[in-house]
Design a protein. Structure first.
Length: 103
């Protein structure tokens, strides 16, 4: 009898896109604990990476996300001329997916 290897399922989340699509776009408040439970129960996610710009005054949010089970991947942020804060995480997200692909 052969033991079937447990499949590892990863989630790669762009925190800013999640925020813009829910809080700003729809007016919803994300319950990150429930979101993590949903990822685990419905999508069998074992590791959920959240790619997020690092802003000092958001340390409380980062702690909460980690307590909910997210693996945070920080990106330094920059400020554009129009005052927009940007932490371009796309490259980091793809790179992490490439690293985890063999698993």
């Amino acid at each position: 009898m052969s033991m079937k290897k447990k499949e590892i399922v990863y989630a790669f989340i762009d925190a800013n896109n999640l925020h813009l699509g829910t809080t700003k776009g729809l007016g919803w408040e994300v319950d990150y604990k429930k979101f993590m439970i949903w990822l685990e129960d419905k999508a069998n996610v074992s590791d959920a990476y959240m790619f997020i710009g690092k802003i000092e005054e958001h340390e409380k949010l980062y702690s909460h996300l980690q307590e909910c089970g997210f693996i945070l991947q920080f990106k330094p942020v920059s400020k554009s001329q129009d005052g927009q804060i940007k932490g371009n995480v796309d490259t980091d997200l793809v790179f992490q997916a490439m690293l985890d692909f063999p698993n």
